[in-house]
Design a protein around this ligand. Structure first.
Ligand SMILES: Nc1ncnc2c1ncn2[C@@H]1O[C@H](COP(=O)(O)OP(=O)(O)OP(=O)(O)O)[C@@H](O)[C@H]1O
Ligand SMILES: [Mg+2]
Length: 255
C-alpha cells in the first residue's frame, strides 16, 4: 500500500517548476513543446505524469533531470537550478542525485547488463569490481539471474532491457528518480513487482519519484497523478485508495 500524500510540513520540495517553456526548432519549424508548466513534487512522493502522446511528458522530465535546457520559467531541483550551473557541475549533480530511466532505455551495447548497471556507481567514484557486485544485487531485485547479468543488452528482450535500465537508475540511490514509461515492455506481474521495488527503494529514504506512464495498471502506486495536455499541466488527481486525504483538484482518475 502506498504512503500517505506528503505533507508540506514534513516533506521537502524536491522539484518546483514554474512557467517552464521549451521550444524545439526555429522559424516556421518551431514547435513549443512546453507552454508554461507549473509543477511541484515533494520528497516521499511518487508522482505520475500522464497525457496523450506528444503532449510534452518526456520533454518536461528531461528538463527536470537536467538533460535538456528550458527556454523560460524556473525549475529548481533540491534548490538547484541547472541554468546557474556549469555543464560539469550539472553532470556531477545529475550523477549524484538523479536516476533516469529513458524511454528508449539507452543501454550501452558493448557492456554487459551488470556493467551497465554499475556505471552510476563508477561515475560516483566506486571501484569497478565492487560496483559490479552491487549492480548484480540490484539486478537480482528486478528478477535477473547470473546468465542474464552477463548478457549484452542486444541479447536481452525489451522487458529485460527495461529492467536493466530501471536497475541502473536505482543502484546509486539517487534522491530523485525520473522514469519514462518504466513498465511499457513489462507484463502485468513484472510491472507490479518493479513498481513495488521502486516505491520501497525510492521512498524509504525520503526521495522523490516521477513516473511517466500510459499504463493504467500502475496508477495505484501513485500518490498523485499530474495530467498533461499540449505542453501544460491541466490537473492534479489523487488515485483512489483508502485513507488518502484529498489534494488539490481531487477527482478519481479515469484511465
Ligand atoms: N528534439 C526534438 N526536436 C523537435 N521536436 C521535438 C523534439 N523532441 C520532442 N519534440 C516534439 O515535442 C513534442 C513533445 O514531445 P515529447 O517527446 O515530450 O512527448 P511525450 O508526451 O513524451 O510523447 P510520448 O507519449 O509519445 O512519448 C512532440 O510534438 C515532439 O514531436
Ligand atoms: Mg515520451
Amino acid at each position: 500500500m502506498s504512503a500517505p500524500i506528503p505533507s508540506p510540513t514534513t516533506h521537502k520540495i524536491a522539484v518546483r517548476c514554474q512557467g517552464v517553456t521549451k521550444t524545439f526548432g526555429t522559424g516556421a519549424a518551431a514547435f513549443q513543446a512546453l507552454r508554461g508548466v507549473d509543477l511541484e513534487v515533494r520528497t516521499g512522493e511518487l508522482l505520475m505524469l500522464v497525457g496523450p502522446s506528444g503532449c510534452g511528458k518526456t520533454t518536461l522530465i528531461s528538463v527536470i533531470a537536467g538533460v535538456l535546457r528550458r527556454d523560460g520559467g524556473t525549475c529548481d531541483v533540491f534548490d538547484h537550478d541547472y541554468q546557474t550551473m556549469t555543464e560539469q557541475e550539472t553532470t556531477r549533480f545529475r550523477g549524484k542525485h538523479i536516476g533516469f530511466v529513458f524511454q528508449a532505455f539507452n543501454l550501452i551495447p558493448t557492456l554487459t547488463a551488470a556493467e551497465n548497471v554499475s556505471t552510476p556507481l563508477v561515475i560516483k567514484g566506486m571501484n569497478r569490481k565492487p560496483a559490479v557486485v552491487e549492480a548484480r544485487e540490484m539486478l537480482r531485485k528486478v528478477g535477473f539471474d547470473q546468465r542474464m547479468e552477463e548478457s549484452s543488452p542486444v541479447d536481452l528482450s525489451g522487458g529485460q532491457q527495461q529492467r536493466v535500465a530501471i536497475a541502473r537508475a536505482l543502484v546509486h540511490q539517487p534522491d530523485l528518480i525520473v522514469c519514462d514509461e518504466p513498465t511499457s515492455a513489462l507484463d502485468s506481474e513484472t510491472g507490479h513487482k518493479v513498481m513495488e521495488l521502486m516505491r520501497g527503494l525510492a521512498l524509504a529514504s525520503n526521495r522523490a519519484l516521477i513516473v511517466v506512464t500510459h499504463d493504467a495498471r500502475i496508477y495505484e502506486f501513485a500518490d498523485r497523478i499530474a495530467r498533461m495536455e499540449d505542453g501544460r499541466i491541466t490537473g492534479i488527481e489523487t488515485p483512489q485508495k483508502p485513507a488518502s486525504p484529498a489534494s488539490e483538484h481531487s477527482t478519481s482518475l479515469k484511465p
